[in-house]
Design a protein around this ligand. Structure first.
Ligand code: AMP
Length: 224
């Protein structure tokens, strides 16, 4: 089972990706995770990629494309893969498509989580971290997981912890805009890659507006 998943930052793509990965038992290959692992291990690849990542730019295609195409040839991918964060532009889409054609491999599902730019941005900026447990979901812009108000203060909706904070990078509007500029670019960016696949295979579109549970239910229904 070979699957691609697209969705802007803030659309819940990572969460849905994990749910899909569990359903099909294929490796979840996240480009961003591979880069971050290489940076923390201090590899040559990590050194090359770091500056681009710190600036919120895409790592150049001549580094990223071979890295991913080689990753797909590793033994754990023999039964399939879920690719997340690649392709992120038109050139990467073409490279992946051509490589799959050459290997006579098919794409079983291409998924697009559709969410408008304003909502995606609000969701990122609305995330709040609970000091007791970072996994307690709190977001001031998502009704289903809004923190609770107590005596004029917002507290964790799961455990009542009074210390809710925002991650600094979630509040960096310029960085969020930069990433969204790449995603929503229909000429050469990620939406151009999505459209490239729409011309070749059936792309499953899922509305990213409802809750995580509703989105995953409607998505899993379409993945039969
Ligand atoms: P992510 O965790 O997916 O948001 O990725 C973090 C960073 O890794 C991005 O901002 C890019 O700098 C880099 N990156 C991730 N995926 C790609 C890709 N397909 N092409 C180029 N750079 C990427």
């Amino acid at each position: 089972m070979n699957i691609l998943i697209f969705g802007p930052n803030g659309s819940g793509k990572g969460t849905q990706g994990t749910i899909i990965q569990k359903k099909f038992g294929v490796p979840h290959i996240e480009t961003g995770v591979i880069f971050r692992e290489n940076i923390s291990k201090g590899t040559e690849l990590g050194k090359k990629a770091k500056g681009y990542i710190d600036r919120g730019e895409l790592v150049p295609d001549d580094i990223t494309i071979p890295m991913i195409l080689n990753r797909l040839k590793e033994a754990d991918c023999a039964k399939g893969w879920l690719l997340d964060g690649f392709p992120r532009n038109l050139a990467q889409a073409e490279a992946l498509w051509n490589a799959l054609q050459e290997e006579k491999m098919q794409l079983d599902y291409v998924i697009e989580i559709v969410l408008d730019r304003d909502t995606s941005k609000k969701r990122i900026m609305g995330r709040r971290l609970c000091a007791t447990d970072n996994n307690h979901p709190n977001n001031i812009y998502i009704d289903a997981i809004k923190p609770v108000e107590k005596e004029g203060k917002l507290i964790c909706r799961v455990c009542g912890c009074e210390k809710l904070t925002a991650r600094a990078d979630d509040q960096d509007e310029a960085a969020i805009d930069k990433r969204h500029n790449i995603y929503y670019d229909t000429k050469t960016g990620t939406l151009a890659a999505v459209n490239y696949f729409k011309q070749r295979v059936k792309v499953i579109e899922v509305d990213g507006n409802p809750s995580v549970k509703e989105v995953s239910e409607s998505l899993l229904k379409k993945l039969v």
